[in-house]
Write a protein that binds this ligand. Sequence first.
Ligand SMILES: *[C@@H]1O[C@H](CO)[C@@H](O)[C@H](O)[C@H]1NC(C)=O
Ligand SMILES: *[C@@H]1O[C@H](CO)[C@@H](O)[C@H](O)[C@H]1NC(C)=O
Length: 459
Amino acid sequence: MSMMKSLPLLLILFAAARAATPPYSCSAADPQIQHLPFCNRTLPTLSRARDLVSRLTLDEKIAQLVNTADAVPRLGVPAFQWWSEALHGVAGAGKGIHFNRGRIKAATSFPQVILSAASFDAYLWYRIGQQWRFNGYITSDCDAVAIIYESHKYTKTPEDAAADVLKAGMDIDCGLYLKKHTKSAVQQKKLATSDIDRALRNLFAVRMRLGLFNGDPRNLPFGKIGPTEVCSQEHQNLALEAARHGIVLLKNDAKLLPLPKSNAISLAVIGPQANADNATTLQGNYYGPPCKSATPLQALKSYVKNIKYQTGCNDVACGYLDAGPALSLAKEVDYVVLVMGLDQGQEAESRDRYSLLLPGNQQKLIISVADIAKKPVVLVLLSGGPVDITFAKNHPKIGGILWAGYPGEAGGTAIAEIIFGDHNPGSLLLTGHHVFSDEILLLAADTSISQTLATYTNQ
Ligand SMILES: *[C@@H]1O[C@H](CO)[C@@H](O)[C@H](O)[C@H]1NC(C)=O
Ligand SMILES: *[C@@H]1O[C@H](CO)[C@@H](O)[C@H](O)[C@H]1NC(C)=O
């Protein structure tokens, strides 16, 4: 066969092989590259990263400083997508993670940091993400480098922003700004190539530690991680343990909690968060689809047979109060659990609250239910940011208050376990949820500068 005839066939075979092959560097099929020091697995990672960086041109280097890093075909280095988010475990946001495109449809949803931190249990944290020993790279928030110049006007030029962040130790820009402005920053002598090299050594060292420069990953330990590792029982048990250990008991007057484990009791569950159709009310911003999730109502049903539910509000924002059926129910049962608070409709990126009070008519609903109930009621609050619940702290008919943060997929189960005494809550609040006596207004900072930072004024 002549070259001309065999070439198309080769290209087709190559394309077919590529579709099944994960992208990796240092392939045995390319001996010239494979024998370069950056592919030598016996050398220390930093020496390998240093070698690879030393072989790149300035343009090739700059294309590595952003989340969508280009391939370097002449060195057999594939493109790489750095962007993923993980506030509950792996999240669906970002370009590097896709659920539902293959066999992975969900992942374990752990509690958000605000809750797991309340456990004050460093070993729990270590197991969740080994955060305490993080030894990787420093990234900007997405578009944050651009914001330094364009919105904050901290620098006089885009090049100064690029130079400042790299000199300050940032390694990668989630965005495009460094791709656009780093070269002119070097040409204008605002930035030395050595500042870029420092960042790139950190970045390539991480890719090397992931095993992506050791040849075909399918023959290596990390290449054997399959779909069965996702949503494993071990991970889901840890999510439940973390939720149990984060939930905080804020009030327990007259030892109302735990409620008696008895089939003789009747229980009303009230509130828009008690049984939302999906798991998202147990999750804050930047979440992924959970492996499996029980709502607080579903979980409470495993403790009590005689259990009834009313939402009380039309939704979490509670603009419309539907108190009638909730009040009739509260009047006739032995115990009442209210599940209230915030969700992503109230607090999320670019969604600031302007008040610390519970949204809409929630407070009104809680007080009317407490007033009419036979015994003091239990109030469960889901929220990330602080909520002023002075009214509940002081109300004699609100006997128990639990704060559950955003507890993730096992949050409903953990809440039910604590209410019925199968777990004894021992965590401490990180933020002031009931310290304010008057409504405090949150004045959003200039939204052209920040959509997520609000400041308190207390006059
Ligand atoms: C890899 O590095 C080790 C240590 O420097 C050296 O002995 C070995 O020859 C290198 N291997 C290759 C294939 O170059
Ligand atoms: C989950 O439920 C809430 C409220 O019922 C709704 O606003 C939201 O869109 C739902 N999310 C998903 C992913 O179904």
